[in-house]
Design a protein around this ligand. Structure first.
Ligand code: IPM
Ligand code: MG
Length: 356
């Protein structure tokens, strides 16, 4: 019997709908050729939801996500919504989804593609063969702590981590490292913050169950520097919500191609939301120039981590590599001699490469 996967598709704002269209064409192709079927349910999110319903995410959309096998998101946000109060901003939809779906584990791989090494702003000898997985805690820490608020004279947020919160994200990091290069760096600010000292200690406790994995502690300021100076030393970096937000952008930039990087946000059962790392890029929206590969590679992560279709995930990665090897590039990753193509053409090329 054909397995049917139900996906909630949230294209979002800016370039979100364009990159999603390309990713959906890849999904449909998989459905036609590889013995799986996908049922897609598309909903508004972020600014586009705010315009239609007055809220960045409706309860119905949240419910649809909960009832699906996985969620695929494009991008959200734009300058026209910057002045809205916090709970109406497009970004708040993302935070609400993460929290409501309990997506505590955020995987953000930053891999330098050999064929794109020139796209990096750093020297080739520094970044070549870099392959870092940032494991970011996503539903705790200062993003969600209370009390929080502001008045005319003060603004405040609270940073707290509980033992179970640290334990579960540490386990994810050690398990992942076991499938990679057996090396975890725990990033914190234990020299200043009590919550970080606690984080550090709990990660070491969890580490006792993973004696074959090496664990290094690193202060976050040094980690930012080391990422730029010697990124190859890192395999898995595990860190808190805010530090992970900052370090994952830094890691992404090493690759010079933020338009290539996917991410996964998972709950304890492997259910997840998948999205490109890049934002909604309103400056290039609607021009058919955005890079859809990060969203297409997010489909691959979805197949691998939530839908247990590893062979299909590998096929997508191989198809993307084929297209890059053929010299096709969107403008963000193009160098002299490359063939520059638009968003939808890039999607078509990946679909074409999938046939083989
Ligand atoms: C990210 C983004 C979000 C975050 C914003 C848009 C809420 O920067 O996913 O990294 O801060 O987590
Ligand atoms: Mg961020």
């Amino acid at each position: 019997m054909m397995r049917i996967f139900r996906l909630t598709v949230l294209p979002g704002d800016g370039i979100g709908p364009e990159v999603m269209e390309a990713a959906v064409s890849v999904i449909l192709k998989m459905g036609e050729h590889y013995g799986v079927e996908f049922e897609l349910n598309t909903e508004l999110i972020g600014g586009s939801s705010y315009e239609e319903y007055g809220v960045p995410v409706t309860d119905e959309t949240l419910q649809a996500c909960k009832e699906s096998d996985a969620v695929l998101l494009g991008a959200i946000g734009g300058p026209q919504w910057d002045k809205l109060p916090h709970h109406k901003k497009p970004e708040s939809a993302l935070l609400k989804l993460r929290h409501a779906l309990e997506l505590y584990s955020n995987l953000r791989p930053a891999k330098v593609y050999a064929s794109l090494v020139e796209a990096s702003p750093l020297k080739e000898e520094v970044v070549a063969a870099t392959d870092v997985m940032v494991v970011r805690e996503l539903t705790g820490g200062i993003y969600f702590g209370s009390p929080r608020g502001s008045d005319e004279n003060r603004g405040w947020n609270t940073l707290t981590y509980s033992r179970p919160e640290v334990e579960r994200i540490a386990r994810i990091a050690f398990e992942l490292a076991g499938k990679r290069r057996n090396n975890v760096t725990s990033v914190h600010k234990a020299n200043v913050l009590e919550s970080s000292q606690f984080w550090k200690d709990v990660v070491h406790e969890v580490h006792r169950n993973y004696p074959h994995i090496s664990l290094t502690d690193m202060y976050v300021d040094n980690a930012a520097m080391q990422l730029v100076k010697a990124p190859k030393q890192f395999d898995v970096m595990v860190t808190s919500n805010l530090f992970g937000d900052v370090l994952s952008d830094c890691a992404a930039m090493l690759t010079g191609s933020i338009g290539m990087l996917p991410s996964a946000s998972l709950n304890k059962d492997g259910f997840g939301m998948y999205e490109p790392i890049h934002g909604s890029a309103p400056d290039i929206a609607g021009q058919d120039v955005a890079n859809p590969l990060a969203t297409i590679l997010s489909v691959s992560m979805m197949l691998r981590y939530s839908l247990n279709q590893v062979a299909l995930a590998d096929k997508i990665n191989a198809a993307v590599n084929t297209v890059l090897d053929q010299g096709y590039r969107t403008q963000d990753i193009a160098a002299d001699g490359d063939t520059v193509v638009g968003t939808s053409k890039m999607g078509d090329l990946v679909v074409e490469a999938l046939k083989d």
